[in-house]
Design a protein around this ligand. Structure first.
Ligand SMILES: N[C@@H](CCC(=O)N[C@@H](CS)C(=O)NCC(=O)O)C(=O)O
Length: 408
């Protein structure tokens, strides 16, 4: 089997001499949550969820990860002088971050070095975003805006409270930021499936990697004995991808994209323009909820070349909708860059597995789409994923309606 290369077929140069493969029976694949539920019977959400409850953290486990309490004198000061628009209770809640900041008065990092790992260490399972005061710095170099300022409320309190916590030096801030970055890099984990087959994993992984978000990845082998057990440890939904950020699990690719957009506002998950942003969300939702024929009949399989697989009218309708969508968006955003909305973002990550499918099944596309496919395939992160996929040895029959082995 040849490695995927840029052999993209587009209308003007369609190669009629491609080897023709007989289409075999078309079982469903797992690349659709609904179909995988059907094919696995009871192996899905319900079993996974009861296991999830069984392994949920006990109260004492959560308590062990709480930041150290704010000293009484600082608590009193903060309660007397809450930040504007902040109740004393909120100021106090965010105080551990604020008081951990070094000050010119005490000339040291105070308790920062001992507190940082505690504040940022994984607190298993059920914590919400508001419990995570520090880690936005890990994927952002510029100050946050809008809703995200909430997570930096500790810093806001620092500035407006003055006294012992005013006047943090730039050097020290940078030191703290880089320290946070190192800690957080270890704490954000993306659980993915097999790279050759797992299209939803590719979407989330590509988005994070190409945007430069810090994370480590862990693979859970699809259709392996331990899959249900391993995935249930991190998500009640029983599917990959799952992003565990500081102990807080976010599952489902759309939710992961939104989480990253909120936590890392400098990473441009979505276009800056409101209408373009809405359109990008629309086509991601369309991918997420639709194109079921394409997904079932032409499952992602990066290392395979299957040019002869027959395409039903329903599959062709999905293909036509996608190529017309890509052509329209490329024409509209040509001046802004080479991706669907100019710069790379979630929309491109969501359609990346379609790009690979068009390559695997030698789908004939208009020139603008062929160019777009080249652009996606040339992304450093896409190359990295593809290389890893080609290095995987596993052949998963459940994902292979058209082959009996990797060499077939
Ligand atoms: N709607 C989910 C779909 C995730 C999904 O279907 N993942 C597949 C792998 S690509 C999976 O975990 N399959 C395992 C199974 O069905 O047991 C998302 O957007 O993340």
């Amino acid at each position: 089997m040849t490695a995927p290369g840029p052999e993209i077929k587009f209308h003007s140069t369609a190669n009629a001499s491609m080897p023709h493969m007989p289409a075999r029976a078309l079982p469903r694949t797992s690349f659709d949550a609904q179909s995988s539920r059907q094919s696995h019977g009871s192996s899905g959400c319900s079993r996974a969820r009861s296991r999830w409850r069984a392994i949920a953290p006990r109260p004492h486990a959560r308590a062990a990860t709480r930041p150290a309490p704010t000293p009484p004198n600082v608590r009193a000061k903060i309660a007397r002088n809450p930040a504007p628009n902040q109740s004393p209770a909120v100021a106090l809640r965010t105080a551990p971050t604020a008081v951990a900041m070094p000050t010119p008065q005490n000339g040291s990092a105070n308790n920062a070095s001992s507190r940082m790992p505690q504040a940022a260490s994984p607190s298993v399972g059920t914590g919400g975003a508001t419990n995570l005061p520090v880690e936005t710095a890990s994927c952002r170099s510029s100050p946050p805006d809008g809703a995200s300022t909430r997570v930096l409320a500790g810093c806001a309190a620092t500035k407006s409270n003055g006294g012992a916590v005013r006047g943090v030096t730039r050097m020290t801030r940078l030191w703290l930021q880089s320290r946070r970055r190192r800690i957080v890099a270890k704490m954000r984990t993306l659980y993915v499936g097999n790279k050759n087959y797992s299209s939803w994993s590719l979407r989330a992984w590509l988005l994070l990697r190409q945007l430069g978000v810090d994370f480590e990845e862990k693979k859970i082998e699809l259709f392996a004995d331990g899959f249900d057990r391993q995935v249930a440890r991190v998500s009640p939904a029983g599917l990959v991808p799952v992003l565990v950020d500081d102990g807080f699990a976010v599952w489902d690719t759309l939710a992961i994209a939104e989480w990253v957009a909120e936590r890392c506002p400098d990473k441009r998950v979505w276009p800056a323009d409101a209408k373009a942003r809405a359109r990008a969300r629309s086509i991601c939702a369309e991918m997420h909820a639709g194109f079921s024929e394409l997904r079932h009949r032409l499952p992602m399989n990066l290392e395979a070349r299957l040019p002869g697989v027959e395409r039903s009218p329903a599959v062709q309708r999905d293909i036509d909708r996608i190529t017309s969508m890509w052509s329209g968006l490329r024409a509209e955003h040509a001046a802004d860059g080479s991706f669907l909305f100019g710069a790379f973002g979630a929309a491109d990550a969501f359609y990346a597995p379609v790009v690979t499918r068009f390559l695997t099944y030698a789908v004939d596309v208009p020139l603008a789409c062929a160019e777009y496919m080249q652009t996606v395939l040339a992304l450093p992160a896409m190359r990295e994923w593809t290389e890893a996929a080609l290095g995987e040895k596993r052949f998963i029959p459940e994902e292979e309606p058209y082959r009996t082995s990797r060499d077939a």
